[in-house]
Design a protein around this ligand. Structure first.
Ligand SMILES: [Zn+2]
Length: 314
């Protein structure tokens, strides 16, 4: 009997303690000097160290340029280790696609190594907001011990105002301002010499996005701008890299457009959301991953957005 209790205690403890088996972080090569690591398709948790987003890096002539900083300092340290296995060059810059927690909680690690952090200046409002501070407080509990009292929000060293071309460590980076779309501060980073585009959370490969409170009209316009880059590979903020970027971007654009057209019509005709949702033909998007989790919420958020837009007379 006592042995049974001991076993029960042990197995209960095993459920409570973060599993020691960490998700694999294997850099995948997407250009002559460019790699990315792919986060899990999961919610952030102690078991995965908040490894739910991607990060990329380019080994430029004089140093390494990282794109996005991952979701915890521990993950950033693992990425630094992986980079060191590929090149002895120092990490000189981190360019951020946007300031969402899962893309920035690793920043302090790169900062301590002397890297310069570059982002779009509209992130400052969020960074200085109660929302960002409260989110960090909550994450210290939800993601303990990987996010703790030593984890801090790191502002950029260099705030960009608009689209620009940067020469970083001897390589050219075209930094395109594509916000406000997913966030006010969205940046996409194109590396022409590598024909790789880092698109942040503006595009995913083969799955539907979470639209959230995004400005989908602006988002569609941004996708059109990204389509003009001659990228062979697009690394999104989540999920696998796209080797058919044109096709994937067109799917994203068409989906956002379809939401706006169908929900916009319903909002203007004052058709209640439930009725509009049920009578809309979703068959072209139904087979796509994330449809069941994301589509109703995306449609609802778009319905609210279109109500607002039609009130503004857009
Ligand atoms: Zn994200």
């Amino acid at each position: 009997m006592r042995r049974h209790i001991a076993l029960w205690v042990l197995s209960t403890l095993a459920l409570l303690v973060p599993t020691a088996v960490l998700a694999e972080m294997q850099p995948q090569k997407v250009g002559p000097n460019t790699w990315y690591v792919q986060g899990l398709a999961a919610l952030g948790s102690p078991a995965n160290q908040n490894f739910i987003s991607n990060a990329g890096f380019v080994v430029a002539p004089q140093g390494v340029v990282v794109v996005d900083a991952l979701g915890s300092p521990a993950l950033a340290r693992r990425l630094v280790q992986k980079i060191a296995e590929i090149t002895p060059k120092p990490i000189t810059h981190v360019v951020l696609t946007h300031y969402h927690a899962d893309h920035i909680y690793g920043l302090q690690v790169f900062k301590e190594l002397g890297a310069q952090v570059i982002a779009q200046q509209d992130a400052r409002e969020y960074l200085n907001s109660d929302t960002a501070a409260q989110r960090l407080v909550a994450s210290r509990t939800e993601l303990a011990p990987w996010v703790d009292e030593n984890t801090r929000l790191v502002p950029a060293d260099r705030w960009l105002t608009d689209s620009t071309t940067l020469e970083l460590s001897g390589m050219r980076f075209v930094v395109e301002r594509v916000g406000p779309s997913h966030t006010p501060e969205d940046l996409a980073i194109h590396v022409p010499g590598e024909r790789v585009l880092f698109a942040g959370d503006l595009m995913f490969s083969g799955r539907l996005p979470f639209v959230g409170q995004a400005d989908s009209g602006q988002w569609i316009a941004s996708l059109d701008r990204l389509l003009r880059f001659d990228a062979q590979v697009v690394v999104p903020g989540h999920g696998a890299a796209s080797i058919e970027p044109r096709k994937d971007m067109v799917v994203m654009r068409d989906y956002l457009n379809y939401l706006r057209i169908t929900m916009g019509q319903a909002a203007r005709d004052l058709v209640p959301f439930e009725e509009a949702y049920t009578s809309t033909d979703w068959s072209s998007f139904e087979p796509m991953p994330m449809f069941r989790f994301a589509n109703r919420m995306n449609a609802y958020n778009t319905y609210l957005l279109m109500e607002k837009e039609s009130l503004r007379g857009r």
